[in-house]
Write a protein that binds this ligand. Structure first.
Ligand code: ADP
Ligand code: MG
Length: 323
């Protein structure tokens, strides 16, 4: 049987989630009502995922449910905010119970993992498209702004770069490499990126600027440089590339994936040298590596990439929807 809009909401999206004292009204009225705790700042981010643009047509509902949440969590992570609430606007071609069941199970699984409550949304018919807004809290300390990098700051990234883009490449071109486990691993890195939420919250106290890497390191770091009115020197040899990529692909491929394609959802942040000891302490708490890839320079020096001492010519392209 096909459910109506209201049946879809109550069956798949109105769930019993862990109580939250700040939530006065969740799903079910004309708007949700949330109390912002004293001395907190509300961080708000929205991301839309459109079929064919942000995800391939044959993506599973489980992967779509996960990714919708992960990319929004990543934006809050890049501000250092603690994610708390979300609203979901979903447009789909039909009311398909099997699809909705799988999508919503996976959606709530990751929401619950990060302690985020779904407090409202909108449900419509049309081409598949999902817009999620995520609301988080920043306690007292200010956020990790893109505009706050200073000359002399060291530039770090979390994790390794390029694996997600490698997975996307294998999926899109339908390429099969010898080792099927490696293929599946890379595709999983693309479909199930891990948002660096607790890392972002820990970095808020010691880093100056941050961004999450969705469009490739060059384009994303360039946002920090433009907003902070700075330049940067980056050493290509320091960019963390996994052994899987090094062993299975050519360096021009994985460097291009890391620099220009992205979708890693790792954090890129700048930190004053005086906070390096504090960073070392924080690092111990996390499984993920933090790697220094360069430093911030005065704006007159521009954005430079070095292969050891040799300057590399590059285009600041990254991914742009309107290219
Ligand atoms: P309205 O007509 O006032 O826009 P709706 O009928 O769209 O209200 O939604 C009814 C209630 O269900 C609202 O509280 C809304 O926030 C919630 N809602 C609608 N769609 C979703 C969804 N996909 N996920 C979560 N909550 C939803
Ligand atoms: Mg509505």
């Amino acid at each position: 049987m096909k459910y109506t809009e209201f049946e879809i909401i109550s069956k798949y999206f109105k769930r019993n989630q862990k109580k939250d004292v700040n939530e006065i009204k969740g799903i079910g009225d004309d708007s949700a009502l949330i109390k912002i705790p004293k001395n907190n700042i509300l961080a708000i981010s929205t991301d839309t995922l459109v079929e064919g643009t942000h995800f391939l047509k044959n993506i599973s509902p489980e992967d779509l449910g996960y990714k919708t949440v992960a990319v929004n969590l990543s934006d809050l992570a890049a501000m250092g905010a603690e994610p708390k609430w979300t609203t979901l606007s979903i447009t789909m071609p039909e009311s398909n119970n099997i699809w909705l069941k799988k999508f919503s199970s996976s959606f709530f699984k990751i929401l619950n993992k990060y302690n985020v409550r779904l407090i409202g949304g909108d449900t419509n018919r049309g081409s598949l498209s999902i817009t999620l807004s995520m609301y988080g809290l920043l306690k007292k300390q200010i956020a990790l702004l893109r505009s706050n990098a200073s000359i002399g700051d060291l530039i770090y990234v979390t994790g390794t770069l390029g694996e997600s883009a490698a997975g996307l490449f294998l999926l899109k071109k339908n390429i099969f490499i010898k080792n099927v486990n490696i293929r599946n691993y890379l595709i999983k890195k693309h479909l199930n990126p891990i948002p660096r939420v607790s890392e972002g919250m820990a970095l808020r106290k010691i880093a100056n600027a941050a961004i999450d890497l969705s469009d490739g390191l060059i384009a994303d770091l360039d946002h920090i440089l433009n907003d902070s009115q700075c330049g940067a020197n980056i050493n290509l040899n320091k960019i963390p590339i996994s052994k899987v990529l090094i062993d299975n692909f050519q360096s021009q491929n994985y460097l291009n994936w890391a620099l220009n394609v992205g979708e890693d959802y790792e954090l890129c942040f700048t930190i004053s040298k005086k906070n390096i000891d504090k960073l070392k302490i924080i690092k111990k708490k996390f499984l993920v590596n933090f790697t220094c890839i360069g430093y911030i320079t005065p704006i007159e020096q521009g954005f430079n990439l070095f292969d050891n001492q040799k300057k590399i010519i590059f285009k600041k392209k990254g991914f742009n929807h309107f290219d």
